[in-house]
Design a protein around this ligand. Sequence first.
Ligand code: SF4
Length: 290
Amino acid sequence: MGTSASHLKARLEGLCARYDSAAALGKDPLSLVLGYTEPLDQEVAAFVAAHLAYGRVDPMVRAVGEVLRPLGPRPAAWLREGSEARIRKELNRALISWTWRFHTGPDLVAWLLAWKRLDQDSGQGLEAQLVPGPGEEHDAALSRLVQRLRRELPASYGTRFTLPDPLEGAACKRWRMFLRWMVRSGWPDLGLWKRLAPDQLIIPLDTHVARVSRFIGLTRRATPDGKMAREITESLRRLDPADPLRYDFALSHLGILGDCPGLRHRRTCAECALYSVCRAGSESAARILS
Ligand code: SF4
């Protein structure tokens, strides 16, 4: 027997009550972005933090902080006012031994210089680069930006790893997260960009969101790719048409914080709000929302 949308929505609200918290946010790279007060500084910090948002969360958040430190308290002004040569020299020195998994210091120097050039083009940061043309979906603009960055950035492994193109079928988790932070205005996001619509955002699909979404019937797909991200988003849109990513933070942090054993059991899942709608470990993978 299927689960009603209203019951699922109530359970997801219960999940938010547990995870939409300062404690969970402290384990998220967005916490560093929220340390800045000026919108353009938050954008630069988000551009770095989302780019590096993969792997174990504690060392990843540390790595993001190490990249942002040499930019000082006003990173956007620092990037705008310095010449490319001076920025390159100072960051190369500061990040000479910095690495985060696939990324090296030179990758991040190139990434920050890319923000400077994109900002110079628009005069107002990155938003204009990600606004779709008339009749286009968000992804057309994202694809154009990705293709431009592929042409202009050095072809290192770290750079290529974080430049998937949504029109090639990739889930684009880090770009989706950047967009969620910048566009959505509900907690904990920034809501700085007003020319993009929150109801058009696609969920930032990571392994945690993919797994729990299968457990609760938001998707039946097996491969965590762009199609799965769209299917999950469509299921969530039926619960909240104006703000389909409302539950993303809670869904991802259930996994990030290690609270989901991946097998539904009364003892280990006692505190999970999704218990009554979860099919983890069950042969029944029937779609809950129909
Ligand atoms: S396996 Fe347990 S903790 Fe994970 S979603 Fe299902 S009920 Fe929640």
